[in-house]
Design a protein around this ligand. Structure first.
Ligand SMILES: *Cc1c(COP(=O)(O)O)cnc(C)c1O
Length: 425
């Protein structure tokens, strides 16, 4: 028995499913998870000493690859000065300034996870507008807080959990669900709930039902609807922030949001996230305003150091880095297309879909052949390529993936898709 397998069985005795987060369990591809012992650059090594080119990249944060020296050294320095003070530090202000300069958000509040960032942004939108209902999109994932775990993506799509047990119907009832890339479905919800909707929360590029880019005009239409109805527009940029462009999706597409949620790359593998937005709205957050939100470890010094080091590298290198990531993403996409698999891609974020056509909403995503995906996944793993164990996730290319790594992956992808693409119905 492999060491991973032993460790998994041991873990299952004391942890539900042996994991700290559901998709890690490999359940949807019918395998046992690999236990990872280390990572460097584009590579990870598992407990059995096997190396893989990694495209999970901690589910998005590692845009500079594993254990990037400048970041590790910034964190080490911060840790040696103390892990946490529960008091403000100068580095938080510096990081808030970096976020503001990159995205146009005027004020920032730090939290510990993307879940918290989205949950708090929604609370703020409710506090600011004095309205209770919110609109989200089918297949978009905004973390696991009660009101947002309705028709959510990510693990909810593969885990056979359309929604979660334990969410009171009364909470879920305040969440109205629209169709991604369908502004008319949003207009209909506003028409039926006039004056009651606080905000529309959206992944500006959906990445938790596989990658689905916004259709032309979709985000602008959301902006216009929110303006007309007095509701706020919230971009959940937990995945897209600092990835699809240094300034995130808001820099790439028209349709400026009122509030943002950031995470993943922001903490670069440390628990750090933020919500941010227009000053006039952010002034509703305590202690200045009446929307309460707090956190013992929020703005943690070690996590802040990781974020600051990462954002500086990204900002200084963005003119070379953004195009390089885009080229690498396109090479991979081209390899999948050549192998007969459809692809959606925005920059370094892509998903090959085992479907005839690349989907544009959740309904179309559901048509993918998950059995074919599982076979493809296993072949990739055997070839030393670690992609997300689910059709409904993205592949994350990092600055650490060399041309050689990409070329090797393209070849492996062609082999892994052989004989499968023809079976797509
Ligand atoms: C990952 C993710 C979240 C949740 O972030 P956590 O840090 O896992 O709580 C929220 N929104 C989007 C778009 C995400 O991809």
């Amino acid at each position: 028995m492999s060491r991973s397998s032993k460790m998994y069985k041991q873990a299952c005795k004391v942890m539900p499913g042996g994991v700290s987060s559901p998709v890690r369990a490999f359940q949807s591809v019918g395998r046992e998870p690999l236990f990872i012992s280390s990572g460097k650059g584009a590579y990870i090594e598992d407990a059995d000493g096997r190396r893989y080119i990694d495209y999970v990249m901690s589910w998005g944060p590692l845009i500079l690859g594993h254990a990037r020296e400048e970041v590790v050294s910034a964190v080490t320095k911060a840790v040696s000065r103390g892990l946490s003070f529960g008091a403000p530090t100068g580095a938080e202000t510096e990081l808030a300034e970096e976020i503001a300069a990159a995205t146009g958000a005027e004020m920032v509040r730090f939290v510990n996870s993307g879940t918290e960032a989205c949950m708090s942004a929604v609370r703020l939108a409710r506090g600011y507008t004095g309205r209770d209902k919110i609109v989200k999109f089918e297949g978009c994932y905004h973390g696991h807080s009660d009101g947002l775990l309705v028709k959510a993506g990510s693990g909810c799509l593969t885990g056979g959990l359309p929604d979660s047990a334990g969410v009171p119907a009364a909470y879920a009832g305040e969440t109205l669900v629209a169709r991604y890339n369908d502004a008319d479905s949003v207009r209909a919800l506003f028409a039926a709930n006039a004056g009651k909707i606080a905000c529309v929360i959206v992944e500006p590029v959906a990445a938790n039902m596989g990658v689905i880019p916004p259709a032309e005009g979709f985000l602008e239409a959301l902006r216009a609807i929110c303006d007309r109805e007095g509701a706020l527009l919230v971009f959940d940029e937990v995945i897209t922030g600092f990835r699809v462009a240094y300034g995130g999706a808001a820099a790439l597409y028209p349709g400026t949001p009122d509030l943002f949620a950031f995470g993943k790359i922001l903490g670069r593998g440390m628990p750090l996230a933020a919500y941010a937005g227009r000053r006039e709205i952010m002034r509703f957050v305590a202690p200045v305003g009446k929307v309460y939100q707090a956190g013992t470890l929020s703005g943690n010094p070690a996590a802040t150091a990781a974020g600051l080091a990462t954002l500086r590298i990204l900002r200084e290198g963005k003119d070379a880095l953004d195009p390089a990531l885009d080229r690498a993403g396109e090479k991979l996409a081209a390899a999948y297309r050549a192998a007969g698999v459809s692809v959606n891609r925005v920059g370094s974020l892509l998903t090959p879909f085992f479907a005839k056509n690349a989907p544009s909403c959740y309904e179309e995503v559901k048509k993918c052949d998950l059995a074919l995906f599982s076979r493809y996944f296993s072949r990739m793993l055997e070839a030393g390529i670690y992609v997300a164990p689910s059709q409904f996730e993205g592949m994350f290319v990092s600055a650490a993936h060399s041309e050689e790594d990409i070329a090797k992956t393209c070849k492996a992808a062609a082999n892994a898709c052989e004989g499968l693409a023809e079976m797509i119905q």
